[in-house]
Design a protein around this ligand. Structure first.
Ligand code: HEM
Length: 526
């Protein structure tokens, strides 16, 4: 003990010697422990007062990205919070994001141990929940070298085309006679089929899957990820108050176990099926690729459990965020008809009206690209990143951050801050087209896919899917609101979850805008 600490303990014994009332003594002791900790403990970033046991949990509310944004007005862009038993820092400015995701990337590239990682991903055998270490390294290497390579992404061009044509067919058919349709389920279905085709070689929407013994599963495969997003997107009490885990308040743990077992049954069937076949080179899906991977230079090879957990990541990560982005895009375009017209003018100039748009046209459609970027700024699909954790104690902006602290990066707050973006609530694609003021990646003011070691591995693939689908919809269809509805009536309410989801899918009338023979040639029946 140093001199300051000895003096403090002397004071504590004197204090107790003069008190008969034990209750008062206990309260006094707590106050002194608090003062002692403040004097001798780490110098933590500023943050709100934390209640015993629950800490700051009540401050998170049902829309944590907004609650945290609001708290940053009082406590600044680096804030300390105690979420139950979990010490947490919240980062809400480009400078702080750059510090943790670039300067200190290696320190902060781990993930916290959570109930979902432990139960649903077989003790964090996947990529999203894996701590920094060999499993994470092996899966990340697999993503970069074998799965999301430019060659393999190009290999699935036909799949994307087939899915987009099916999507257009549904939109145009349902709107025959000028009737409106809601698009949310159709987008989810298209995206789900897209992802399941590249991962598993089949589209599963509308199909009940088979168990390994050939019997039919009780429900469709797509219902499992949909249900997972609802459970994992909510608050799991045991993550913040581990002593309550045995009670499983709200039943999340039992629910996750059931979903994991159902997913496991599905994946066991898929893997068995794949083991029996020898795909033609150039037609492999991700399961084929993962099963055929040789050991890496250090002799590491993926186990079957790691392959399953990884496929779960890719299924869940691949569907929701891209679907949310496309739905928001349609909402914003219905609210801003002038932007929709500008994209269509660009498509007509670059592509014309005597053929359908192709993926190879995308680099020549800068306004469409800028609109999608602006959308991922304003309606940040993954508002709080996935939580990170530090593997060693560190300092940020002069504050001490103990080892094992959770990191929340509020991307939504950065993307919507008036200090970073003038007039942040305005949907304005021109922000990404100003040659005098380009948006530079090193400024960290626009990071919808994260940055550093944990950046989204599906970045190129997701961008291509969203751009190509939106180009096809806007080139092939005129979009209008149902009669009597005005652009300002389109709802922009959102619910917080794994992704930021629109509350009300817009009702839109889709009508053909190209010569009818082009639809017929593409196999679209009007
Ligand atoms: C518009 C679409 C998408 C957006 C905005 C998005 C965004 C993100 C973000 C912000 C993260 C967290 C990064 C971090 O914690 O630092 C992430 C992680 C991840 N994403 Fe995406 N994503 C999208 C599409 C996809 C797709 C299509 C896939 C795969 C098919 C995918 C797979 C993953 C995986 C596996 C991780 C975990 C990475 C890790 O922990 O190392 N994402 N994504």
């Amino acid at each position: 003990m140093n001199g300051k600490q000895v003096a403090m303990w002397d004071f504590i014994s004197d204090f107790f010697g003069s008190y008969y009332n034990i209750g008062t003594g206990v309260v006094g002791l707590l106050v002194l422990v608090f003062i002692y900790r403040k004097l001798t403990g780490p110098k933590l970033p500023p943050g709100p007062f934390a209640w015993p046991v629950i800490g700051n949990i009540p401050l998170m509310g049902t829309q944590p990205h907004l609650s945290l944004q609001n708290l940053s007005k009082k406590y600044g862009p680096l804030m300390f919070m105690q979420l139950g038993s979990v010490p947490t820092i919240v980062v809400q400015s480009p400078e702080m994001a750059k510090e943790v995701l670039r300067t200190q990337d290696q320190i902060w590239a781990s993930r916290p141990d959570t109930v979902t990682g432990e139960i649903f991903f077989y003790g964090r055998q996947d990529m999203l929940f894996a701590p920094a270490g060999p499993t994470f390294k092996l899966l990340r290497k697999t993503c970069i070298n074998s799965l999301f390579t430019p060659k393999r992404i190009a290999q699935y061009q036909e799949v994307r085309k087939e899915m987009t044509i099916g999507f257009l067919q549904k939109l145009l058919q349902e709107c025959r006679g000028g009737k409106p349709t809601t698009v949310d389920h159709k987008i989810t279905e298209m995206n789900f089929n897209n992802v399941s085709k590249i991962l598993y070689g089949k589209s599963y929407y509308g199909l009940k899957t088979k168990n390994p013994d050939g019997s039919l599963q009780a429900r469709e495969f797509h219902e499992i990820p949909e249900e997972w997003a609802r459970v994992a997107g909510g608050v799991i009490v045991g993550d913040y108050l581990p002593f309550l885990r045995p009670l499983d308040i709200g039943g999340s743990e039992a629910h996750l176990k059931r979903l994991r077992d159902e997913f496991n049954l599905f994946l066991t069937g898929v893997i068995e099926e794949h083991k029996k076949r020898a795909p033609v080179p150039g037609t492999e899906d991700f399961v084929d690729v993962l099963l055929a991977l040789p050991a890496d230079d250090e002799g590491n090879r993926l186990t079957e459990t790691q392959i399953k957990a990884f496929l779960q990541d890719l299924t869940l990560g691949g569907i929701d965020s891209s679907a949310a982005a496309m739905l928001w895009m349609l909402i914003e375009l219905m609210r801003h008809p002038e932007i929709k017209h500008k994209i269509q003018e660009e498509l007509d100039t670059v592509v014309g009206k005597d053929r359908l748009v192709e993926e190879s046209d995308l680099p020549r459609l800068p306004y469409l690209r800028a609109t999608i970027k602006e959308l991922l700024r304003l309606r940040t699909a993954v508002p709080l990143l996935a939580p990170h954790e530090n593997i060693q104690a560190t300092k940020i902006a002069g504050y001490d951050i103990p080892k094992g602290t959770r990191l929340i990066v509020n991307l939504f707050a950065i993307h919507n801050s008036p200090d970073v973006w003038p007039d942040p609530e305005k949907f304005d694609p021109e922000r990404f087209l100003d040659p005098k003021n380009p948006v530079k990646p090193e400024e960290f003011k626009y990071i919808p896919f994260g940055a550093g070691r944990r950046m989204c591995p599906g970045y190129d693939y997701a961008t291509l899917v969203v751009e190509s689908t939106m180009a096809a919809v806007l080139h092939s269809c005129d979009l209008s609101l149902p009669e009597g509805m005005r652009p300002e009536d389109v709802d922009t309410g959102a619910s917080f979850g794994v992704t930021l989801a629109a509350n009300t899918p817009p009702s839109i009338v889709f009508t053909p805008r190209l010569p009818l023979k082009l639809y017929k040639e593409a196999g679209i029946t009007l």
